[in-house]
Design a protein around this ligand. Structure first.
Ligand code: CA
Ligand code: CA
Length: 283
């Protein structure tokens, strides 16, 4: 099960353009949103529910305490809105299909403090299915292909940014411009692994920034130069059901097995030499 180059780049680009709410298993976020502006005089009679503008992280729901103050409590999985169609199903890391991601996160919340709860994450979208084992030869090809996608995603963002600004920061634009304008660059397409490997050797410098960029995109909750399981989720979740080496790749990327992919582990997974790791490229 492999995606075409074009499909993958599209998927990764959408991921980059979206707000990081993809999994929402992020840090505790209980913010009171702007109180909706009240219209006209009759609105005064409507008692506003303090929960209406109160956001809870996924798996939790707003509840008023004894003093009528809103707070977040675990949601009952059975209270989740039912799935609309099969695309709402998700597969958990416990290899169980959940009707919706709401149900998975509510289950996780109710298991808080237990080992099972700690281990439960959203593995991928769709019902659980048999994912073929990723064999060593395929595993070796994965970073080659992924590096190429990352570069192409950035080039696409660059082109979009040239039409309407806002896709890249000026600093990012400047870095991608150099790749974009290079006559030597390999143009997007379904290339053989041999060609990808060759290009990596020949145009190694063009791959340094894309690898840094993707790390920085993911390392935001918090930005501590480590990627947790949930920080990797926006990339992993849509990729796993289509690219069967995804899970093994990220597992093995975590060389010291501390459940986090450090900046150093990430760059070396993608073949970037230690001396080319540059924290300045993360901003
Ligand atoms: Ca982090
Ligand atoms: Ca690690």
């Amino acid at each position: 099960v492999l995606l075409s180059e074009e499909e993958l780049v599209d998927l990764l680009r959408k991921e980059a353009e979206e707000d990081e709410e993809a999994e929402g298993e992020l840090e505790e976020e209980e913010v009171e949103a702007d109180k909706g502006k009240v219209e006209s005089s009759e609105a005064e009679e409507i008692t506003e529910d303090p929960c209406d503008n109160f956001r809870c992280k996924r798996g939790k729901t707003c509840k008023l305490d004894a003093d009528s103050k809103p707070g977040c409590v675990c949601q009952e999985p059975s209270q989740c809105p039912p799935s609309m169609n099969e695309f709402d199903h998700v597969c958990g890391t416990d290899n169980k299909t959940y009707d919706t991601s709401c149900e998975l996160f509510a289950t996780k919340c109710n298991l808080e403090g237990t080992k099972r709860g700690h281990r439960l994450h959203l593995d991928y979208t769709g019902a659980c299915k048999l994912i073929p084992a990723c064999v060593d030869t395929e595993l070796i090809q994965f970073p080659l292909r992924m590096r190429d996608w990352l570069k192409n995603v950035l080039l696409q963002l660059y082109e979009h940014d040239s039409i309407s600004h806002g896709f890249l920061t000026p600093k990012q634009r400047f870095r991608v411009k150099k790749i974009f304008e290079s006559e030597r660059r390999l143009h997007a397409g379904d290339h053989s692994v041999e060609l990808l490997a060759q290009d990596f050797e020949k145009n190694y410098n063009m791959y340094i920034y894309p690898v840094h960029w993707q790390f920085a995109q993911l390392d935001q909750h918090p930005s501590d130069r480590f990627l947790s399981h949930s920080e990797l989720a926006p990339l992993r979740v849509p990729l796993v059901p289509m690219e069967h080496c995804t899970s093994r790749f990220f597992q093995e990327c975590d060389a010291d097995k501390d459940k986090q992919v450090s900046f150093k582990e990430w760059t070396s997974c993608f073949g970037i030499k230690n001396e080319d790791m540059d924290v300045n490229l993360l901003f």
